[in-house]
Design a protein around this ligand. Sequence first.
Ligand code: 13P
Ligand code: 13P
Ligand code: MG
Ligand code: MG
Length: 371
Amino acid sequence: MEEKITVSIIKADVGGWPGHALVHPELMSVARKELEKVKGKLLIDYHVANCGDDLELIMTHRRGTDDEEVHRLAWETFETATKKAEELKLYGAGQDLLSDAFSGNIKGMGPGVAELEFIERRGEPIVAFLMDKTEPGAFNLPIFKMFGDPFNTIGLVIDPSAHAGFRFEVWDIYEHKRVFMDCPEEMYSLLALIGAKSRYVIKRIFPKPGGSLPDNEAVAAISTEKLYEIAGDYVGKDDPVALVRAQSGLPALGEVLEPFSFPHLVSGWMRGSHNGPIMPVAQRNAVCTRFDGPPRVVALGFQIANGRLVGPVDLFDDPGFDNARSLAKDAADYMRRHGPFEPHRLPLSEMEYTTMPKVLGKLKNRFKSVK
Ligand code: 13P
Ligand code: 13P
Ligand code: MG
Ligand code: MG
């Protein structure tokens, strides 16, 4: 049997430079150095990147998803990078490392994880999406458009190998439950769930049974770790990542990128407490400065050749996305003018995990009943 390849992105914010703007280049060097040590051994290949203040380890290997050694490598790399962050007194050094010791799987320990294991096709394009200043539900709209919306993905209409549609794995992140839904058959029910993006998040996409691609190999995966649920206290939004395979029975590369021509509103931004547009940017522009944002998304494209990451191509470094950036800037102006008012500020239910309850707590005794 053909050996499967695994692509893993594991990411963490281990210190911002300055504030929550960026990853310091020395942290990137530390990460490269650590991963280089195991290239050709544990890992086939790797690429270290950042989106804003999030350090992203993109790795290929043959050990499957949830592999203890690969997760340990990522954890220890983040620990080493944290030491450097502490030395430079970067902001929130070690912010996403919520445990003192590695316990076999990095999930639930702070960092975000997206992994895909599959048999490499003759041509294997893959896109790593990296977001900063938002949460996993920010991927619901664009992933739905890629795999469920014929106005975005013409392949669903004209490509016989994509015509059957796709299967969506949706997680209820409060109840820790999941459901599989087929699209287009169950599209309206699916949208009933994923439109509520703070609770129901798309975790994976699968091909339908009977098609040209194996129905047990996910073709897209999104990191869904919820920091506040782990920590019980506010430690920053869980800026998400996603992996999406493209072409030959899947959305074409351009269909995978097209949803980002609309800078939809996501939650995150300043103090993880505001709604704002997500702006698709080139890697060099993933610097979150205006009101600590607006939220960003970077897309790095690779061809995979026997596990080798041929790339990256900085896919939003394209004037074709200028209008999306322009609209995002206008939307940012519009939202900002609400100041501390909803719906710029997140609804109370989502502010529960910020520092705001402490402020409200102080006012508690001032309230007298109204007769
Ligand atoms: P090419 O003809 O450039 O291979 O493109 C085919 C395609 O499907 C573009 O989406
Ligand atoms: P990060 O989640 O990117 O660290 O941002 C936190 C924040 O408070 C920004 O204002
Ligand atoms: Mg940060
Ligand atoms: Mg961040």
